[in-house]
Ligand binder design. Structure first.
Ligand code: PLP
Length: 414
């Protein structure tokens, strides 16, 4: 390499997290990439030991459901292992079309478009509908895929402080002078903190400032609302939200994503969204599984499952609060996500490891997934957790807290 050339690989050696990662690896404290050895169920095998799974987005517990598995098998037998092409070309099968019409009917929109992942759905919708000259307004807690869509669009990005309506209004005032169209994008349920966006107020502000509103329902479809159609249904704003996104990688027990909205927008995305057109369609088994899970949600069994997961979340939330953990409660609604504030990154990792060794698996959210100094343990429940398992988890949380605080000092309370 010539002496003046800058090596683009240099950053992989000297990045800001390198030292921290090295120390964590040496102490076997890295909470990521742990090997799961069984289906995502209330109790799973992780790296050779049984652990209570409180770190999954399998909210309805459908990834092991015999009907969903059979639908995946049927799709595999009928269409083979892969579609080897984009939806746009040779990658659309009957199951995509059925799934799109089921999802549009469920979410109460004119049309829906199925993408290979939820990340690509956000990328495709935001990155295509906005262009240089437009403005995209995002909540600072929005999912990374929303920001990636904004970056792809090259529209002006205007973030506002998480769930702060006064900041949103000020941002909309500024956006109105930018000179282009304005799209506000928020998560219905925020993925790390599990709190709910104040959608009626946000929709009203969007109406007042002439902005379009898009809601990411990744953690809400199949959970919130009487039909399980998500935060927009729960907060009764379905007719005031212009576009909705959801993923199949949570309640729908599969992999894929969807944009639901007016037919003219969906038709435009079909022929313009690069993350839709220039990637292979999801494998048939994934589409078949998502379709079967959607049908279960829309059957009389759906509301029972939605109630059960939320009941479990409330039970875990109360149990952890009673133990003195700093549980973040959502004023808007109970969601399947039960975050526990730890604050310091190292403390969060050490607490995670203590719980892991004691047989409870949770996720850890460190900066940049959360603000600096805002490290969380992100616990989440499934409809299929029973009280005996949740009680066992709570007993573990209790004994781990006692031992942890004796060694490392008090954890933040609630
Ligand atoms: C809020 C939110 N939006 C979008 C996504 C992306 O979905 P997918 O996993 O299907 O790519 C996720 C999940 O990772 C998410 O939590």
């Amino acid at each position: 390499m010539p002496p003046t050339a800058i090596d683009v690989f240099a950053k992989v050696r000297g990045h800001e997290r390198a030292e921290q990662l090295r120390a964590a690896r040496e102490a076997d404290l890295v909470p990521y990439f742990r090997r799961i050895d069984s289906v995502s169920a209330p109790v799973v095998e992780v790296e050779g030991a049984e652990r209570i799974m409180l770190g999954s987005n399998n909210y309805l517990g459908l990834t092991g459901d015999p009907r969903v598995k059979q639908a995946a098998r049927d799709a595999l037998e009928r269409y083979g292992t892969g579609l080897t092409g984009s939806r746009f070309m040779n990658g659309t099968i009957e199951l995509h079309l059925e799934l799109e019409s089921e999802l549009a009917a469920w979410m109460g929109t004119e049309a829906a478009l199925v993408f290979t992942t939820g990340h690509q759905a956000n990328l495709g919708a935001i990155g295509t509908l906005l262009e240089p000259g437009d403005t995209v307004v995002v909540d600072s807690g929005d999912h990374a895929s929303i920001l990636d869509g904004a970056i792809l669009s090259r529209a002006k990005l205007r973030p506002f402080r998480h769930n702060r309506l006064d900041k949103l209004e000020r941002t909309l005032e500024k956006a109105a002078t930018d000179g282009g169209g304005v799209l506000v994008v928020v998560d219905g349920v925020f993925s790390m903190e599990g709190d709910v966006a104040p959608l009626p107020e946000i929709a009203e502000l969007c109406r007042r400032y002439g902005a379009r509103l898009m809601v990411d329902e990744a953690h809400a479809l199949g959970v919130l609302g009487a039909r399980g159609a998500g935060t927009c249904e729960l907060l009764d704003v379905e007719d005031r939200v212009d576009l909705r996104m959801a993923t199949f990688s949570k309640s729908l027990a599969s992999c894929g994503g969807v944009i639901a909205g007016p037919a003219e927008v969906i038709e435009y995305l079909q022929i313009s969204a690069r993350p839709f057109m220039f990637t292979a369609a999801g494998v048939p088994a994934a589409v078949g599984a998502a379709l079967a899970a959607t049908r279960i949600c829309r059957s009389p069994e759906g509301p029972e499952l939605f109630a059960r997961v939320l009941d479990n979340a409330a039970y875990l939330e109360t149990g952890l609060s009673n133990l003195g953990y700093g549980v973040v409660t959502s004023a808007g609604a109970t969601t399947p996500i039960v975050p526990v504030v730890v604050g310091d990154d190292w403390k969060a990792v050490l607490l995670w490891r203590a719980l892991y060794d004691a047989g409870v698996y949770v996720n850890v959210a460190l900066h940049p997934a959360v603000p600096p100094g805002g490290a969380l343990l992100r616990a989440s429940v499934m409809a299929t957790h029973d009280r005996a398992v949740l009680d066992r988890a709570l007993e573990t949380f209790a004994s781990v807290k006692r031992a942890f605080e004796a060694e490392h000092g008090p954890l933040p309370g609630h």
